[in-house]
Write a protein that binds this ligand. Sequence first.
Ligand code: SAH
Length: 260
Amino acid sequence: MTDKFARIRVVLVNTTHPGNIGGAARALKNMGLRSLYLVAPKQYPADRAVWRAANAVDVLDNAVVVDSLDQALAGCGLVLGTSARDRRIPWPLLNPRECGEKVWQEATHHDVAMVFGREDRGLTNEELQKCNYHVHIPANPEYSSLNLAAAVQVLCYEVRMASLADSEGQSPGPAQWDLPPARAEDVALYFEHLEQALVDIGFHDRENPRQTMTRLRRLYGRIRLDEMELSILRGVLTAIQNQSYRLARAKEALPPAKAE
Ligand code: SAH
């Protein structure tokens, strides 16, 4: 049987306080998780992280430190981003219970990431748009921002509860699909390709982007493309680009229109 806990990674983005990194490591281990990714932590390694980790120093020792969120998400088929407040463009939203169930179900098939933001500013819109779902812990609306390690604890607890329900046979089991979902890194490349193709055909202007790419990201995130669908769409984009280059070349080859 696959070790589903090993497939669930907690990603902390740009953490300022090393104590929170230690607190998060402890939260993971208490709940049976162990895969911790640190994206450009401000101060790390640090003694305070070790103190707060207590007997979860092994989680810290094995933490993967990377420079960018894309690197932390490589290989993941499902990405969830946490947010303490509403954003301008609403995204498919899960509560912590739904998050725990989804993470546990999908870890049967592929790696899953739960992403947490900076203590002062959370995750940027760009980072949140890399996620299939957003997760909000429905705290007191007058003070809804939890301490980072406490937020990690809540979601890891829900994953544990889902795992326990599963072992008691209460889980409906994962939905079957014939192909694996597109991996986060391939989805990132797809969006670069899509944006370039939309520029090439004159649909999209990088200088005046409006919310086109955001809305397209949300659309595709909702659909959860599989590997094959993604590669078909890349082929379509390439064909569109080739056609538009051919048209542009044919236009250049025409003699200039005569002025009347
Ligand atoms: N002032 C920031 C709060 C950041 S709290 C903001 O408004 O976004 C630091 C991190 O803890 C968040 O990025 C998120 O990952 C997590 N977090 C805190 N409170 C949360 C909540 N109510 N729901 C989901 N995640 C939360």
